[in-house]
Design a protein around this ligand. Structure first.
Ligand SMILES: NC(=O)c1ccc[n+]([C@@H]2O[C@H](COP(=O)([O-])OP(=O)(O)OC[C@H]3O[C@@H](n4cnc5c(N)ncnc54)[C@H](O)[C@@H]3O)[C@@H](O)[C@H]2O)c1
Length: 419
């Protein structure tokens, strides 16, 4: 491990490789670069400390640089022990950013680094999964009065925040960035769709065509994964608990069945529910020899690997693939049941993260501008900001659209005109 006054990273000598990869990501993040140019001119975050627990990827580095251009002092740790890109954090450390992260963190280091970010006394927090907010509320409540607000990146984090809000436990305002259209309808659907398949292929190199490909959870992420698996000629099976989502899956052309049935017939399984023990030991016992299991939901709780470890012998056979022997059959778990797209691949493509992170940067600006005006609780970004991100991305893509005429604007807001 390499340590400096502003960092703990695996190997600081990887900084040059990290810098090149961040530059490559930024070349595909034109919308975020536009926000950065404006931030550099206007300095909307001047004098503010931003504490972040995000997946430390090259795209997150592009966000860090954008917030820094806006005048913020940023400190960063990971939101998952296995998702850090070591060369990227080395580059950030070399640039003077405060960063504590390495790929393969122990649980102790994970929480130690979270606390180190808290020690920087953030004015604004950015979370992916709510661990930073939770750490502050549980163990450092004295900091809350100085915090302007926070922003949350993912569905699981929003669920946890809403649970805190319901219990009256959430003591500062948080923008649920995940709820922006330009985040969840792009990142969760297109990003998780592509990068989950990417993670499965890099870890296992299995053939997808012709396989029974089971997707547990048909929310935004599940829709993206199912569609891509179908596009690769798999027979997709969806497992759901929500009647409407199950109906959507059925009408999108997939077979829908309970996990106890899907377990017997599936070849490849992906969980993306945000729930726990979705694939349990009784399901694993009925699986075919050679079944491949992975998770792309936020926490490693969706596949009950703890129980599996008690019953099965295991061996690591490839970097992100572990073989478990359950009686006479083998089950393969990818990426230790953690987000397979970030553990075995590189997370979402930069172009997708450009939109997600425009929302994050603009959420910070919104919080700074509305300091003291937002009540503690979960807030969404105003539509103008969300639509503004869509406009920035269209501009980046060189796509022009039409404008409403005055006549059309009036027509859409009137009730008098009928047949
Ligand atoms: N891998 C990534 O990069 C990435 C990106 C975005 C979100 N996420 C995470 O993925 C998870 C899903 O996110 P989402 O945006 O799709 O959420 P969502 O709420 O839109 O969808 C989740 C779906 O899972 C279903 N579900 C819940 N329990 C289930 C069970 N026991 N069996 C079957 N289905 C069940 C729900 O009914 C819902 O339809 C979250 O944990 C989120 O944080 C991961």
């Amino acid at each position: 491990m390499d340590e400096g006054p502003n960092y703990t990273v695996k190997d600081i000598r990887l900084a040059e490789a990290g810098k090149l990869d961040i530059e490559y990501a930024e070349s595909q993040m034109a919308a975020l670069m536009k926000v950065r140019e404006r931030f550099a001119r206007e300095k909307p975050l001047k004098g503010l400390r931003v504490g972040m627990a995000l997946h430390p990827s090259k795209e997150t580095a592009a966000l860090v640089r954008t917030l820094a251009a806006g005048g913020a002092e940023v400190s960063l740790c990971s939101c998952n022990p296995l998702s850090t890109q070591d060369h990227v954090v080395a580059a950030l450390a070399k640039e003077g950013i405060t960063v504590y992260a390495y790929k393969g963190e122990t649980k102790e280091d994970y929480y130690r680094f979270l606390r180190k970010v808290v020690e920087h006394r953030p004015d604004i927090t950015i979370d992916d999964g709510c661990d930073l907010v939770s750490e502050i509320h549980k163990n450092h409540p004295e900091l809350i009065k100085g915090i302007i607000g926070g922003a949350e990146e993912t569905s699981t984090g929003v669920i946890r925040l809403k649970a805190m809000e319901k219990d009256n436990a959430l003591k500062y305002p948080i923008i649920a960035v995940n709820e922006a259209k330009t985040k969840h309808l792009m990142d969760n659907v297109k990003g998780t769709g592509q990068s989950t398949i990417d993670g499965i292929l890099r870890a296992s190199n299995v053939l997808v065509a012709g396989k029974n490909f089971v997707v547990c959870g048909y929310g935004d992420c599940g829709k993206g994964v199912a569609k891509r698996a179908q596009g690769m000629d798999a027979n997709v099976i969806v497992v759901e608990v929500d009647p409407f989502s199950a109906l959507q899956a059925a009408y999108d052309g997939y077979r829908v069945m309970p996990i106890r049935e899907a377990a017997k017939t599936g070849d490849i399984f992906v969980t993306v529910t945000g729930n726990k023990n979705v694939i349990n030991i009784e399901h694993m016992k009925t699986m075919k020899d050679g079944a491949v299991l992975c998770n792309s939901g936020h926490f490693d709780a969706e596949i009950n690997i703890t129980e599996l470890r008690k019953l099965a012998k295991s061996r690591k056979i490839r970097p992100y693939m572990e073989e478990f022997s359950l009686g006479s059959k083998r089950i393969y778990i990818l990426g230790e049941g953690r987000l397979v797209n970030l553990v075995a691949a590189e997370g979402h493509p930069s172009e997708i993260m450009s939109m997600s992170f425009c929302n994050q940067a603009l959420a910070c600006e919104y919080l700074a501008k509305n300091r003291g005006k937002l009540k503690p609780g979960v807030h969404v970004l105003p539509d103008e900001i969300d639509d503004g991100v869509a406009a920035l991305q269209l501009e980046a893509l060189g796509i022009q659209i039409d404008q409403l005429t005055e006549e059309q604007r009036k027509y859409l807001s009137s009730w008098q005109e009928g047949t």
